[in-house]
Design a protein around this ligand. Structure first.
Ligand SMILES: Cc1cc2nc3c(=O)[nH]c(=O)nc-3n(C[C@H](O)[C@H](O)[C@H](O)COP(=O)(O)OP(=O)(O)OC[C@H]3O[C@@H](n4cnc5c(N)ncnc54)[C@H](O)[C@@H]3O)c2cc1C
Length: 447
């Protein structure tokens, strides 16, 4: 019997994969059953789903269930302070899009499919409160009956998210090392309601960004015609959530920084006052497992900041990788150890790239040099498709390229792009493509 703690995206997908392998699974989740519960507010209402996540969902036979709730976003729509806008495509092939999907809808679909798998039992409103590794037992509270139950581990899969209680128990019992590093910026969700008859009030095939240097607003479309906007801002300092502490200050800040967006957000001031500031951070743990008793998977092992839109995609890739280790090894300890050894270099790479991407989204996207390098990346990919793929595309559209490879090749490519756009080069036609060919053939091996 496999016990999974946490029925978020990772736990629910793992349950499906393991059940299809003939395993018996018990899934414990603090929250009520999402199949009956309305969408709650809190963590991001919608998420960007990309190739790695789609590949994993297809492998588990879950992707098709999402159907029309997926909204394709073809690129970034940048909103400048003077209200001008510019569209920058993410890729150059028709399938190189990312999808906005409702977190709640996705979770519902996953839980529905997991619940229908023979061998899966789900216990909602059951919260893990402790894990005693010496006694090989987890303590789980049935919240409805207020009753504590003891559940054997061996194996227990901890998919209980960034604040993982299992990880904190492992650390407290000195079985692993872990760090939780908070970003100095937090986030707050606001909304752009639908127009008449559920129409969209901005382009619905783009991820909208208002980059403003040290902070930014983004908005992703929802399938009811609305957008969910997220303001990322320092938690402390001159312009911060701490100083925006009355309606006048908030109104002045929003009107000055995002005048076009504010016109579309009639409830912005009320929402700003009512919605909590969300925390963002990076979790790192080593090792991820305790013998054959328990292992961390998903955000519990490697939560990252959301600026590459890869956290959940990476978790889904974890599930596929973990399932493959289970298929290969009869021993849980070997499966856990191999999973961690193979996966951690890649999750470290995407966590680092996600942090870098914050600067890109809030500042660089508005810089003409950066835009030239983006356009040049796509042109180089057109000319040398086997050797040069933009780093963003490697991460978002190529599940067959490991994150670590994307990070390493991305660094080499950044050097080439910097060399080719140095000095007076301002537009694509001024780039020396003969030199580009020499550099690429000598510095980048075929993929
Ligand atoms: C603002 C924001 C935007 C994001 N945008 C994107 C995006 O666009 N694309 C993307 O790929 N990723 C995105 N992410 C990341 C994504 O949300 C996470 O990577 C993903 O949700 C992790 O899934 P998980 O199942 O591992 O953890 P979680 O989603 O945190 O799920 C953990 C589950 O465990 C349950 N649980 C917790 N503790 C216990 C306990 N003690 N006992 C029992 N159950 C417990 C929780 O209730 C929850 O259901 C974003 C994150 C944030 C914060």
């Amino acid at each position: 019997m496999i016990r999974i703690v946490g029925a978020g995206p990772t736990g629910a997908l793992l349950a499906v994969l393991l059940a299809r392998r003939g395993q018996q699974v018990e899934l414990y989740e603090t929250r009520p059953d999402p199949r009956q519960a309305p969408a709650g507010s809190g963590r991001s209402i919608n998420l960007a789903l990309a190739d790695r996540g789609i590949h994993a969902l297809k492998a588990a036979g879950v992707f098709e269930a999402l159907g029309s709730s997926l909204l394709p976003m073809r690129g970034r729509l940048i909103h400048y302070e003077n209200r001008e806008t510019a569209f920058h495509p993410y890729g150059q092939r028709p399938n190189e899009v990312i999808y906005s999907v409702s977190r709640h809808r996705l979770n519902q679909a996953l839980v529905e499919i997991a619940g229908a798998c023979p061998g899966v039992k789900m216990y909602f409103q059951h919260r893990l409160e402790g894990a005693d590794f010496a006694a090989n037992t987890a303590r789980i509270r049935d919240l409805e009956r207020d009753r504590l139950i003891a559940v054997p581990m061996q194996p227990l899969l901890a998919t209980d998210g960034a604040g993982s209680a299992v990880r904190r128990e492992m650390v407290a019992q000195k079985l692993i090392h872990a760090s939780e590093i908070d970003l100095e910026h937090g986030y707050k969700e606001l909304s752009i309601p639908a127009g008449p008859q559920g129409s969209f009030r901005m382009a619905n095939d783009a991820l909208h960004i208002w980059p403003r240097g040290n902070f930014m607003l983004i908005a992703l479309p929802n399938d009811d015609g609305s957008f969910t906007a997220t303001l990322f801002l320092p938690k402390h300092g001159t312009v911060s959530f701490e100083t925006l502490n009355d309606q006048g200050a908030v109104k002045h800040f929003l009107a000055r920084s995002f005048p076009d967006a504010l016109e579309l957000m009639p409830d912005a001031l009320a929402e700003f006052g009512a919605h909590p500031v969300g925390f963002l951070g990076t979790v790192s743990a080593r090792p991820w497992h305790v013998a054959g008793q328990a292992t961390l998977i998903g955000d519990a092992a490697h939560a990252m900041v959301p600026f590459h839109g890869q956290g959940m995609n990476c978790c889904f890739e974890d599930c596929i990788e973990f399932d493959a280790r289970v298929a290969r090894h009869a021993s849980w300890e070997t499966a856990f150890a191999e999973f961690g050894a193979l996966r951690k270099p890649n999750t470290d790479a995407i966590a680092a790239m996600a942090l870098e991407n914050y600067m890109e989204m809030r500042e660089s996207v508005a810089d003409p040099k950066f835009q030239l390098q983006q356009a040049l990346s796509l042109e180089l990919e057109r000319r040398f498709p086997r050797r040069f793929i933009p780093r963003y595309s490697m991460v978002m559209f190529h599940h067959e390229i490991p994150y670590l490879t994307a990070q390493q090749r991305g660094a080499m490519q950044a050097g080439i792009l910097a060399d080719l756009t140095r000095g007076a080069v301002r537009v694509l036609s001024e780039v020396d493509f003969e030199r580009a060919e020499r550099e690429i053939l000598s510095r980048l091996a075929p993929l």
